[in-house]
Design a protein around this ligand. Structure first.
Ligand code: FAD
Length: 451
């Protein structure tokens, strides 16, 4: 999904040693301390205690989002500083909106814990010189989208499902470009503690050969699920997705408060496509104020699957619902993303001794449907890193921290694919009730920042 490179927006000054410099300017606030305390309490619960590090080094295959969070946490520890290898090319920065763009506040809490920086430092790095509050969401509203006979789209009654009519007083999520989120991680991590290897690891032996110690843990954070374990089952499910940054048309934003994301599902027969339209800010696309995504469940190996037709239908949904909101695609040729996202086992296989299946543990089932991939990636990476530091089991810690998010993701999946017709009717009539569980119930613990 991600593509890789070192490019950093030339307009953004890069600090030589940001963690040190931040200490003098960007101070931790009481809110940051509350967030860190919450993260540490949750880590105590999911990791438990241990005798201290068992491994003497860590080799991470893949240099994407989740891998970078884990490397950042280990690199700022005394034991693993200089003993962490991050292998594989890094993500290229471009305006194209590949991968997730809605980062839940809870995810930011864990990222800042991994980096050891205040929230302001990470948020400032996300938005650069356009920082003005755009992209920060404090509420979620919902309505069903329906195609009109003329090809345009209309929305059913729009109702809040998180944050009420006004939104929360703290961020629920940040809408930003994924490659910038990874760029910000890279800029703020303690890179002197990380050994970067731009070539990808293609087998277990190559991983061992790179280890800067005699007792390494090999972490699979890439998309080849069988890299360390050929018996990982292949799954036949996937999602197709289209995504684009959006700018206001002459009418201005309609049908959605400007601090909120609109969940706008569209039913196609017996399944519901997920439509999400979120506040967004990107220094490379300064006219964009929202972004839109439509995701649909597919089985690529089944007879009759036609990827191009699926993509064409969901593209029409994205453009149509954006139109109903008074938005249009910002520079289609440079920014539009469409593709097929492979699925994962809903229950990840247990990591083999000496290895950790981080990617599979962090992303069970289907991606891109629940705005949770980066949050589950960040929380899993930090929990696993903490387990390594304490000498506890990183596989078990990763499973514990993803339990709630994985359960919520599978309930949302059930609603969309097994009871699509009644779910459609209920969202039209009583959206608050239809989305009560799992969404609203876990609003604070799974979405918002802690303070
Ligand atoms: C269109 C889309 C929308 C999404 N929306 C959201 C959202 O709103 N919110 C959210 O939290 N999550 C969302 N997600 C999921 C989210 O992007 C990922 O879960 C998140 O980026 C975590 O990535 P990762 O580190 O596990 O993998 P990545 O960042 O993808 O990196 C893993 C590593 O694998 C390598 N790699 C990439 N592609 C391949 C490949 N095909 N084969 C082999 N190696 C490869 C990369 O180079 C990298 O080193 C979305 C995903 C997609 C595709």
């Amino acid at each position: 999904m991600t593509t890789l490179s070192d490019h950093v927006d030339p307009g953004v000054e890069k600090l030589e040693d940001p963690v040190v410099l931040l200490g003098s300017g960007d101070q931790f606030t009481d809110r940051d301390r509350t967030r860190m305390a919450f993260v540490e309490k949750e880590l105590d619960r999911v990791v438990g205690r241990g005798p201290g590090p068992y491994y003497d080094s860590v080799v991470i295959a893949g240099a994407g989002f989740t891998a970078s969070v884990m490397a950042a946490r280990l690199a700022r520890s005394e034991h693993f500083h200089g003993k962490v290898v991050l292998a594989g090319p890094r993500t290229t920065e471009s305006r194209r909106v590949k991968d997730g763009l809605t980062l839940r506040g809870r995810g930011v809490d864990y990222i800042c814990h991994a980096l050891g920086v205040p929230q302001n430092a990470y948020v400032a790095a996300l938005y650069g010189d356009i920082i003005d509050g755009r992209g920060v969401g404090t509420g979620n509203v919902a309505a069903m989208g329906t195609r009109n006979p003329d090809g345009s789209y209309r929305l059913s009654r729009v109702a809040p499902w998180q944050g009420g009519a006004r939104g929360y007083s703290r961020p629920l999520f940040f809408g930003a470009r994924n490659s910038r989120m990874q760029g910000a991680l890279y800029e703020l991590m303690e890179r002197s503690g990380v050994i970067e290897v731009p070539e990808p690891i293609t087998c277990l032996e190559e991983g061992y050969a790179l280890a800067p110690g005699r007792r390494p843990l090999l972490v699979n954070a890439g998309h080849n699920q069988r890299l360390f374990n050929p018996s990982v089952p292949r799954v036949d499910w996937a999602t197709v997705a289209v995504q684009a940054p959006l700018r206001p048309t002459a009418s201005g934003l309609q049908n959605c408060p400007s601090n909120s994301a609109l969940l706008a599902p569209v039913r196609r027969g017996n399944r519901i496509d997920v439509g999400l339209f979120n506040p967004y800010g990107d220094p490379l696309s300064p006219r964009s104020t929202y972004y839109g995504i439509i995701v649909s469940d597919v089985h690529p190996d089944r007879a009759g699957f036609d990827k191009q037709r699926e993509l064409a239908e969901i593209s029409e949904e994205l453009i149509g619902i954006a139109g109903a909101m008074g938005l249009e695609v910002d520079d289609h040729d440079e920014t539009w993303f469409q593709g097929l996202v492979p699925g994962s086992p809903w229950t990840p296989v247990v990591s083999r001794p000496g290895t950790l299946e981080l990617q599979m543990l962090a992303h069970p089932g289907k991606s891109a449907t629940f705005s949770d991939g980066m949050t589950s990636g960040a929380t899993t990476a930090v929990a696993a890193a903490e387990a390594i530091l304490r000498g506890a089991d990183p596989d078990a810690a990763a499973r514990r921290i993803t339990r709630v998010i994985a359960r919520d993701r599978s309930i949302w999946h059930f609603l969309r694919t097994r009871v699509a017709v009644p779910a459609d009717a209920l969202i039209r009539v009583l959206p608050e009730a239809a989305l009560g569980y799992p969404h609203t119930l876990h609003a604070k613990s799974q979405w918002a920042t802690r303070a």
